[in-house]
Ligand binder design. Structure first.
Ligand code: GCB
Length: 605
């Protein structure tokens, strides 16, 4: 009897308490809990997980995670969901792509799977790594809450050491993709709000002393002769050994009481560039732990209105790209990325803008190998809650997680801290704070953001420009902005004193059945916009690159006219990732011309 009334008490609590989620919003899983994973062998936790969507957050209210696995006939209380049985879904995946009824589902969903451990757990440590979960992910192990992570596109780690038991364990992840005013991005975007565990989930086993971080780079002082390594080890090791065999480097690095240390080493590496993407095998050992990476050395800098790579002025022949697939949503495979780079190669690109959030880390790894330059970005998009300190903390954490994940990638040259945000004092403080954070965590790269144009004065004018290295400009003359002459005037009126990259321009072009033959949304009109844009922009000497919008058509809720039908059609290639529109050839020809002119110039020099 007593047990039943305790149950009734809990049930009422679960119905009436609207602060039910407060204890689970610690955001304790953040950039400080990351470990360095290069060279480690993960245990994959991908595959089938038990799954349930939970629109009303019943799971958190009723504490589904605290239920013990047992046969139904042995349960003494009624239950609304049993995490240990029922539907399964594959991980990684986006739930929208799995069932029609989940297509527009926004809310919480529960993923459960067993985790079998040896009888002897040993003395080492174990870390769960989630490649990405959109957006809030709460981690439970054997009924205990271990922390949560905010941010839909960066990896996070949760240490399981001390919580695991020999034999069978149960891991439960609650993933919530609700769009709210305080998240980054917030409610309104122009890409689809996919949900789920959409990148790899894995378990890493390490010794007691674990290498948390390793940052190895050429010192950007113009000498091309010094390499710096910064290291962070947790667990008591007093020194670490850095090795780059091909450069004859074997250097002991003393670690302070905080586990941090750094070294400056004389070296003359062959420089990395898109034409010659040379990478070196790098390793670091500390105590019993060891990590590896393949790292390219190069210098990127801004001088006046130029962007220089290894001292040479550069024009970024780029294209923007989303992480989106007609069949898989945000799930990315190596084959998909290789196709993306092959298409960029056919466009004669040397550069990609990975919009509008951190893409799969494999993108930068492949760019390192294949020789592409990258702009990487966090989703500080449109009207963020710039005056909310919690939102700032979240954005800053996403930025640091991205930087720590990718700062050994030579291909990444720009960290972008936002896109088309309204010009307010709060926005300026927020984004300046992010730009400063990027420099503090990585002084070797350039910062940027898609900035603003003063339309009354037809000038590039944004208070943020002072605080970043490269001014990104999204402009849609010929599309959203009708009067093309205004673009010509902006070009004439502006004197930015810094390199400008046209981070977006373009037009929708529908193709196939039902597509219009002329006018807005026709392929012919899209081609015309590209031709006029190129003609205008090529005359502006401070424009040091462009990444038109966008390589592939992509899914988005807000585009619903009869030519769009749920897709943004500004892709140079349709959503099948195969059918090229006419504008593809126009851009490709322009980039070929620029590439050849640069090569010719170099020969003459
Ligand atoms: C923009 C946004 C981008 C949109 C694009 C469009 O300015 O930055 O996210 O998708 O325009 O197609 O309107």
């Amino acid at each position: 009897m007593l047990e039943r009334s305790a149950l009734a008490e809990n049930a009422l609590q679960a119905l009436h308490d609207e602060d039910y989620d407060r204890p689970y919003n610690t955001q304790a899983l953040n950039h400080e809990t990351m470990i360095f994973v290069g060279g480690r062998t993960p245990v994959s936790l991908d595959g089938a997980w038990n799954f349930c969507v939970d629109l009303l957050d019943t799971g958190l209210r009723q504490k589904w995670f605290a239920m013990q696995p047992m046969p139904a006939e042995e349960r003494s209380e009624p239950w609304d969901y049993d995490p240990y049985e029922g539907d399964t879904v594959p991980v990684p995946s986006c739930w929208q792509m799995l069932k029609e009824t989940w297509y527009f589902f926004e809310g919480s969903a529960w993923y459960t799977r067993p985790l079998d451990m040896p009888q002897d757990l040993g003395s080492g440590r174990r870390f769960l790594r989630v490649g990405a979960a959109q957006y809030d992910c709460k981690v439970f192990l054997n009924g205990a809450f271990l922390g949560n992570h905010y941010g839909g596109s960066t990896p996070f780690f949760c240490e399981l050491t001390g919580h695991l038991r020999p034999g069978r364990n149960w891991l439960m992840l609650m993933v919530n993709n609700t769009r709210t005013l305080d998240r980054v991005p917030m409610r309104n975007t122009d890409w689809f709000n996919y949900g789920g565990l959409y990148r790899e989930v894995s378990l890493f086993e390490t010794p007691t002393s674990v290498i948390r971080d390793l940052f190895v780079h050429l010192v950007p002082d113009g000498s091309y002769r010094r390499i710096r390594a910064a290291v962070e080890v947790d667990g008591g090791a007093r020194e670490a050994v850095l090795e780059i065999a091909e450069l004859g480097i074997r250097q002991t690095i003393a670690l302070g009481a905080d586990g941090r240390g750094e070294a400056l080493v004389e070296a003359r590496p062959e420089l990395w560039s898109p034409e010659s993407p040379r990478l070196y095998a790098v390793s670091l050992a500390a105590g019993d732990d060891r990590v590896e990476d393949r790292i390219g050395f190069r210098q990127i800098e801004r001088v006046g209105d130029e962007i220089r790579l290894n001292g040479r002025s550069l024009f970024l022949r780029g294209i923007s790209v989303h992480e989106d697939d007609r069949e898989l949503g945000k799930v990315t495979s190596e084959a998909d990325l290789r196709r993306r780079f092959a298409d960029a190669r056919d466009l004669n690109c040397n550069y990609l803008r990975l919009a509008h959030y951190p893409h799969h880390e494999m993108a930068a790894r492949l760019a390192d190998e294949l020789g592409f330059l990258l702009w990487e970005e966090i989703p500080v998009y449109w009207a963020i809650a710039f005056d909310n300190p919690a939102t700032y903390r979240d954005a800053r954490n996403q930025l640091i997680e991205l930087i720590k994940r990718d700062r050994n990638r030579a291909s990444v040259i720009i960290w972008s801290v936002g896109n088309e945000n309204p010009d307010t004092d709060a926005r300026l403080d927020f984004m300046k704070g992010l730009a400063d954070t990027a420099k503090a965590f990585d002084p070797t790269r350039l910062t940027s953001a898609a900035c603003l144009v003063n339309h009354a004065r037809n000038r590039i004018e944004d208070r943020l420009a002072e605080h970043i290295d490269v001014i990104g400009i999204n402009e849609y003359y010929g599309w959203y902005e009708e009067n093309f002459e205004d673009l010509v005037e902006i070009g004439r009126n502006s004197d930015p004193g810094k390199p400008v990259v046209i981070s977006e321009t373009g037009a929708d072009g529908a193709i196939g059945e039902g597509a219009p033959a002329r006018g807005l949304f026709s392929e012919a009109y899209m081609t015309e916009v590209y031709e006029k844009q190129i003609e205008t922009l090529r005359a502006l000497s401070y424009v040091k690159g462009m990444s038109p919008w966008i390589l592939y058509d992509f899914r988005v809720e807000r585009r619903q006219n009869i030519f769009q039908r749920g897709f943004n059609k500004k892709g140079l290639i349709a959503a099948d990732k195969a059918t090229r529109k006419d504008a593809f050839a126009v851009l490709s020809a322009y980039y070929a011309e620029r590439r050849d002119a640069e090569a010719g110039g170099e020969e003459m020099a």
